[in-house]
Design a binder for this molecule. Structure first.
Ligand code: 13P
Ligand code: SF4
Length: 353
């Protein structure tokens, strides 16, 4: 009954005719991963025609789909070619051979892809923002530069292209300390994440000047939550993203980027983990490391979760203007310098012009 229903549905959404056999095979492939995060077989049957059509179209149109770890698991395990954190995704953009990059993430990450590889067409299915990127404007940076003329200006990758264009170097959560230390100035304007700046201050002798931006997702974790997990699961390792509050960071076993947390979990002999971060990472770990138990609560990013499979299909078929990343040449040129500086300090590598 369910198959009949969704085949009818597919016929209204798709020009492609898949056989029942093809649909069953795809549903099995999806179920193999998605069952680990609570999806049922009928759920997978329902999305199978969509993932098949997307996968077929991306080959025909020479598109690579990149997805941040916080994106929903149907996209991650159904259609993404590469999953990563903001730094891993940026590096993948430089290597991409395909004509078009379809970025499943928030808007600033797709902008970053365009800056790093401007000749590519970069598509974003839903132009979702981010509370950090929203917290600061290019004008704010220009004013801060006047106020602190001696300071080196670092912007976290969670900023708009126009803000990046006003800064000296960019950083991600995976390399923030390295970039702070790699700058020649003793004073650093660290923009816009106030909590990350506070977390970095005890790790460096440089003076860090903060802005007021916050991640609305990571600031939700409290020291109380950490204490209760410690009490209930004394053997568990607790990992937190660098965007969490310092009062959380000081209580956990490891702090870092999304990828840093994955690497820690992978190598750790511990069996139980609490991940003080977005739920997408917990889902990925449940699928990819089923032998490890993920405990405690996670938080949902309302921006990352805006993208749905149907949006991916629509953007692939016929992207709207707002789904195609376009940036002024001058902004690209200046922001490239900022990003190039990060990569030079972090990896001594350069971008394609
Ligand atoms: P990562 O650098 O860990 O991918 O972080 C990006 C982000 O938006 C975290 O909230
Ligand atoms: Fe922005 Fe926070 Fe969402 Fe990351 S999790 S995209 S920092 S709002």
């Amino acid at each position: 009954m369910k198959l009949d229903f969704f085949i009818k549905k597919v016929k209204t959404h798709s020009n492609m005719n898949f056989s029942l056999n093809q649909i069953n095979k795809e549903a099995e492939r999806l179920f193999d991963n998605l069952r680990k995060v609570g999806w049922s077989e009928p759920d997978c049957e329902l999305i199978a025609p969509l993932t098949m059509e997307i996968n077929q179209l991306k080959k025909e149109k020479d598109v690579i789909i990149l997805a941040h770890s916080y994106i929903t698991p149907d996209i991650i395990y159904g259609v993404a070619d590469f999953i990563g954190d903001s730094y891993g995704l940026s590096k993948k953009v430089i290597e991409a051979k395909e004509k078009t990059i379809l970025f499943c993430s928030v808007h600033f990450m797709a902008e970053t892809a365009k800056i790093m590889n401007p000749k590519k067409t970069v598509l974003i299915p839903s132009a979702a923002s981010c509370s950090l990127a929203e917290s600061i404007t290019p004008e704010d940076v220009r004013k801060l530069r006047k106020k602190y003329p001696e300071a080196g200006v670092i912007c976290y990758v969670n900023t708009s292209a126009a803000v990046k264009a006003e800064c000296d170097a960019c950083c991600t959560s995976g390399n923030a300390l390295k970039i702070v230390e790699g700058m020649s100035q003793k004073e650093i304007l660290f923009l816009p994440d106030e909590l990350m700046a506070k977390n970095l201050q005890p790790l460096t002798k440089k003076k860090i000047i903060k802005w007021t931006g916050r991640c609305i997702v990571h600031e939700e974790f409290s020291p109380k939550t950490v204490d209760s997990v410690r009490r209930d699961y004394p053997e568990a390792k607790i990992l937190a993203h660098l965007e969490c509050m310092p009062s959380v960071v000081e209580k956990v076993d490891m702090t870092g980027s999304t990828e840093g947390m994955i690497q820690y979990l992978k190598k750790s002999p511990a069996k139980q983990f609490m991940l003080a971060t977005e739920c997408g990472l917990s889902d990925r770990m449940k699928v990819e490391y089923p032998e490890k138990q993920i405990i405690g609560s996670c938080a949902l990013c309302p921006y990352m979760k805006q993208i749905m499979l149907k949006d991916v299909l629509q953007a692939l078929k016929e992207p709207r203007k707002d789904q195609i990343i376009e940036l002024p040449k001058e902004v690209v040129k200046k922001a490239q310098k900022t990003l190039n500086r990060m990569v030079k300090i972090a990896e001594k590598q350069i971008f394609k012009k």
